[in-house]
Ligand binder design. Structure first.
Ligand SMILES: Nc1nc2c(ncn2[C@@H]2O[C@H](COP(=O)(O)OP(=O)(O)OP(=O)(O)O)[C@@H](O)[C@H]2O)c(=O)[nH]1
Ligand SMILES: [Mg+2]
Length: 283
């Protein structure tokens, strides 16, 4: 990420700071607009990585959803390796939310077991179902559980529809009394056979995005990054109003300074190295 930042800074310096390289007087709005768009895109990219990093630190809110009796609480217990939620063969056992945390590699999942979603006349169960639906809205990841020993029915299909815009994993439980005849993750929660799910979770959150990055954690730096974005947006807006390039450069310069502040203690030397290696400045 530091490389990405230095890249933007170096590019701005080439276009704005270093008249020897390109004649500043000749830079027109037409030249600057595509460049500014490009810088904005890069800043947004870094910001989205920062946000992902922050989310991973706090944990990913993961909701276990499904009809009653499919084995949601059994799955929670298997994941937690602890009998935290009550499991019975009575549909509608879980009424309140049951929560627990697990770690998959460096990623924390905040698990929430919920009341099975169905039409119910039971007042207490109905409140539980409403809580499930409320939690579903905020959840970042959905573990949608079906009973693999049965055909999907209308209620299952409604849950597929309800969660279709969410990041989700489709899980078929009770593999011990079923055949894996559909695409999905097949497990047996009550037998603690959940490795395919663990593997799927690992795959989901395993990419270089998540590698430790010193920039991901620092609130001050995130603030500066947002300021740089505002400067760039202002520059872009000025371009659209056909303001003098000189004035537009003031905003770009401000963005540059904010980005450089993020680098803080990173040595000036490194920056020059990047400049020289990328643009052969001064050679
Ligand atoms: N054969 C088999 N039975 C299972 C499995 N997982 C759960 N069960 C059984 O299914 C029944 C319901 O399990 P729960 O975990 O309570 O199901 P739930 O989805 O939490 O149900 P509600 O809380 O009512 O919504 C229990 O009798 C469990 O023992 C499994 O992998 N195989
Ligand atoms: Mg339950």
């Amino acid at each position: 990420m530091i490389d990405d930042l230095m890249d933007i800074i170096a590019q701005i310096e080439v276009n704005i700071d270093y008249p020897e390289y390109e004649d500043v007087e000749q830079l027109t709005t037409n030249d600057l607009l595509p460049k500014t768009n490009d810088w904005l895109e890069k800043i947004d990219h870094i910001l989205s990585r920062v946000q992902t990093g922050q989310m991973l630190k706090k944990g990913i809110d993961t909701i276990i959803v499904g009809k009653p009796n499919v084995g949601k609480s059994s799955l929670l217990n298997a994941l937690l390796e602890e009998d935290k939620a009550i499991v019975t063969d009575i549909a509608g056992t879980t009424r309140d939310l049951v929560e627990g945390q697990i770690h998959i590699g460096s990623v924390q999942l905040n698990l929430i077991d919920t009341a099975g979603i169905r039409e119910s006349n039971d007042k207490i169960e109905q409140i539980g179902i409403e809580k499930s639906q409320e939690k579903l809205k905020d959840a970042k990841l959905v573990l949608l559980v079906f009973d693999g020993s049965k055909e999907l029915d209308e209620e299952d299909k409604q849950l597929l529809e309800l969660t279709k815009d969410k990041m989700r994993l489709i899980i078929y439980n009770k593999l011990d009394k079923a055949e894996a005849n559909k695409d999905g993750i097949w497990i047996s929660a009550s037998n603690k056979e959940i490795q395919p799910l663990i593997d799927a979770l690992e795959n989901l959150y395993q990419n270089d995005l998540l590698k430790e990055d010193p920039l991901l954690s620092n609130e001050r730096q995130i603030g500066l990054l947002n300021l740089a974005k505002e400067d760039m947006l202002r520059a872009k807006e000025a371009m659209n109003r056909m303001v003098e390039p000189d004035l537009i450069e003031i905003d770009i310069q401000a963005a540059h300074d904010h980005l450089k502040e993020i680098l803080g203690e990173v040595h000036r030397e490194d920056l020059l190295d990047t400049l020289f290696s990328k643009f052969c400045l001064g050679k």
